[in-house]
Design a protein around this ligand. Structure first.
Ligand SMILES: [Zn+2]
Ligand SMILES: [Zn+2]
Ligand SMILES: [Zn+2]
Length: 157
């Protein structure tokens, strides 16, 4: 499991405020599952699977149904505050859409399905250059690298 870098915590607090404000603006009642999901996402920095998030919330004492967690995640995605990353051979992950654009990408092990995160400034710059030299306006990107994780490599030796 990966956790967000520390420098995202200020942005995560801003994200939490934006998410709660967005719900209020749209007339959604805060409290219950939606608020619990927002608090948990802001605290954890994102990069979670829906089932995992629901389990964590219940373990922390929030009585939330998995279906309510899915609905909250879908709503936050529609508002543009979450980015749903579809991964092969692993459940989708939800990432915070932060005002400063900070994000990461994933390394997925084809053998055991484990997912790790990475970020790379040169990669981001390369994508910006592509956007600049083509007529295509790039708004977002998903990058997933496929291969074999360290544990599976070690086990194969
Ligand atoms: Zn992630
Ligand atoms: Zn593996
Ligand atoms: Zn990127």
């Amino acid at each position: 499991m990966t956790s967000a870098p520390d420098n995202q915590s200020v942005a995560a607090v801003a994200w939490r405020e934006a998410a709660l404000a967005a719900l209020r603006e749209r007339g959604h009642r805060t409290g219950g599952a939606r608020t619990a999901v927002i608090e948990r996402l802001a605290a954890g920095g994102g990069c979670v699977e829906a089932e995992e998030l629901a389990r964590d919330l219940r373990q922390a004492g929030d009585q939330v149904a998995t279906a309510s967690v899915y609905r909250a995640l879908t709503l936050l995605g529609e508002i543009g505050l979450l980015h749903r990353i579809a991964l092969p051979s692993a459940p989708a992950r939800f990432e915070l859409v932060l005002p400063d654009g900070a994000h990461h990408h994933h390394l997925v092990c084809a053998n055991c399905g484990s997912t790790d995160a990475f970020s790379d400034e040169a990669l981001e710059q390369a994508i910006q250059k592509i956007s600049a030299r083509t007529a295509f306006e790039v708004r977002s990107h998903d990058i997933t690298l496929h291969g074999r994780c360290a544990a599976c490599r070690a086990a194969a030796q």
